[in-house]
Write a protein that binds this ligand. Structure first.
Ligand SMILES: Nc1ncnc2c1ncn2[C@@H]1O[C@H](COP(=O)(O)OP(=O)(O)OP(=O)(O)O)[C@@H](O)[C@H]1O
Length: 226
């Protein structure tokens, strides 16, 4: 079980997350939904330990979450440009771990011997994704993993996420595409201005769009402007 309890965070004087709590079981996928600036990336960065948590607790299997339990795919991926993909991936391989690089690379269309400098955005995303798959941690955090992926890669990524779930991983992901989240998630947490507005269980997924639209007040302005 993975538990986030009463997590709050501010950038300086600016509060960004307030009293965020949720829990996920092994083999569950939690989607995080929220408008731009709602605090999704901040929440994921706190969980991954990239930001210092100030208030609240994060536990995995009844212990304070350790970084060795978690792997995160960030929205933007940074690489040393003159490494080849293969050299980069080798950084993540554990002693004795057998990896069929060739098959992975062919499946994801990653040119193994090419320097990362010449990679497109989508290729970099897939390389970063493969690197965290090699880490094989029990908790996988994917911040907008579908951004920049072509149709085939998006389809493959969905399959990968479902396989990871079947293996008992805990997966937390964000997406701005509602259908992406409703298609694969077990629960969807709606983050609104840094607070948990609602956690939707799968049975309530059909209502999400209606509920979100009721919350949006800008349509009148749009009709007025056009
Ligand atoms: N390094 C930072 N310093 C100060 N404020 C920040 C910083 N990073 C983010 N913020 C602010 O924190 C709030 C939440 O940002 P965050 O990136 O977590 O939102 P998000 O939900 O991931 O947004 P998006 O959907 O646009 O990616 C925003 O108001 C943003 O301006």
């Amino acid at each position: 079980m993975f538990n986030v309890n009463h997590l709050s965070f501010s950038y300086g004087e600016k509060p960004v997350l307030e009293n965020v709590s949720f829990e996920i079981k092994g083999g569950e996928i939690l989607g995080i939904l929220g408008l731009n600036g709602a605090g999704k990336s901040t929440l994921l960065n706190l969980i991954a330990g990239f930001l210092p948590s100030e208030h609240g607790t994060i536990h995995f299997q009844n212990e304070v979450l350790g970084q060795q339990s978690i792997a995160m795919l960030e929205t933007h991926n940074y690489f040393y440009p003159h490494l080849t993909a293969q050299e980069y991936l080798h950084i993540f391989v554990k002693d004795g771990q057998m990896v069929d690089f060739q098959s992975w690379a062919e499946m994801l269309d990653i040119p193994l011997t090419q320097e990362i400098e010449g990679f497109s955005t989508g290729m970099k995303k897939k390389l970063a994704l493969l690197s965290i798959l090699l880490l094989d941690r029990p908790i996988m955090i994917l911040d907008e993993p579908f951004n920049g992926l072509d149709l085939e890669s998006s389809f493959l990524l969905k399959e990968i996420i479902v396989k990871l779930k079947e293996k008992g991983k805990i997966i937390i992901l964000t997406s701005h595409i509602l259908e992406t989240l409703t298609g694969i998630c077990d629960k969807i947490l709606w983050l609104k201005r840094g607070r948990v507005e609602h956690i939707f269980e799968r049975v309530a997924f059909d209502n999400i769009e209606k509920i979100l639209k009721e919350d949006w007040t800008k349509l009148d302005t749009l009709h007025h402007l056009l």
